[in-house]
Design a protein around this ligand. Structure first.
Ligand code: AHR
Length: 327
């Protein structure tokens, strides 16, 4: 009897052991969820444009708006800050509150962005700094896409050196004070300018035609007969300056002008003999902004600094190229 009991117990243990082996209760790992890949149709992009001060800016705005349509993004939130930083900051805050996917910011000036960029970062919204640079720490934004303004200034100086081989006196029509574009160009220009060329004066025309006119008139009055050349930070100011030169009876080429942008207006002024070299600054950044924005939405790696390849244009080629200019 004892043996039977033992046998039954043994068999029970065996059955249990076999059962345990044949149907192991191994916990299935939870199925990993594939992160959803975002497309252009998902994108809500914020573009708080700094203003409408120049043909360059108009072309930049048009490029963003046109490409937002071409790429078929869900929504472009576009605003115009009228060259006022406080308006741009309010526009960025409004975009953060609306929970946009990406902010692409062309900053009017370099300083003063830390607080609002920190707010965007805390909200988890990627930021592309477009065109001009900011002085904020690079950890506060994802990418800077734009021109190398220092290099543009260096190129302008090389042209002025070529135009005034025996030296001379020049004046500078400065862009917006504190902007990455103007400060970079001014620094680059001084870096390469020959020692025998003297900058008599430098005044801002705020990148606009209207403000360039009285500044040039004042230069002509103060330095009558002394000005050999002008370094002008953009084509719109060059066109304003040319109007003042014409009114003062100055002939094309009497004062050598080096300008920046390469707009159609700048090309026409080269054809007419007023501008002797035009350093390119390309505003057609729409496709890059939108492609970078999508990468950032999908957490893809992007180069922290993407600089545009640019050149210098001359009067000899202006007539052939003007019709193909897109801005
Ligand atoms: O930041 C780019 C500059 O801004 C352009 O050279 C000028 O035309 C514009 O206003």
């Amino acid at each position: 009897m004892k043996n039977i009991k033992k046998l039954v117990l043994l068999m029970a243990i065996l059955i249990l052991a076999l059962a345990a082996c044949s149907s192991p209760e191994v916990a299935e790992p939870p199925a990993e969820e594939e992160p959803e890949t975002k497309t252009y149709e998902d994108m809500v992009l914020c573009y708080p444009q700094l203003g409408a001060e120049s043909d360059w800016r108009t072309a930049n705005s048009a490029s963003i708006k046109q490409e937002a349509e071409n790429y078929g993004i869900k929504q472009l939130i576009f605003s115009d800050a009228q060259q006022k930083q406080e308006n741009q900051i309010s526009a960025v805050r409004s975009c953060i509150a609306q929970g946009v996917d990406v902010i692409a910011l062309p900053p009017v000036v370099e300083d003063g962005w830390d607080a609002v960029l920190t707010e965007a970062k805390d909200a988890g919204i990627p930021v592309i700094i477009v065109d001009r640079s900011v002085s904020a720490d690079s950890s506060l934004y994802d990418v800077h896409l734009g021109s190398d303004m220092f290099l543009e200034g260096q190129r302008a100086a090389e042209e002025m050196n070529r135009l005034l081989p025996d030296g001379g006196n020049i004046v500078e029509l400065f862009g917006t004070v504190g902007s990455g574009a103007a400060e970079g160009r001014a620094d680059g220009f001084r870096d390469k300018l020959n020692d025998n060329i003297t900058i008599l004066d430098s005044q801002t025309g705020n990148f606009t035609r209207a403000e360039a006119i009285p500044v040039t008139e004042a230069f002509l009055k103060k330095y009558e007969g002394q000005i050999d050349g002008m370094f002008i930070h953009n084509d719109d100011m060059a066109i304003g300056a040319i109007e003042a030169l014409k009114n003062a009876g100055i002939q094309p080429g009497d004062i050598k002008i080096v300008s920046v942008d390469g707009t159609r207006g700048g090309f026409q002024a080269m054809i007419d003999g007023w501008i002797q070299a035009d350093v390119e600054c390309n505003p057609l950044l729409g496709p890059q902004v939108i492609e970078i924005a999508l990468k950032l939405m999908n957490g893809e790696a992007v180069e922290p600094e993407i600089l545009t390849n640019e050149t210098v244009y001359y009067p000899e080629e202006a007539a052939d190229l003007i019709d193909s200019r897109q801005y």
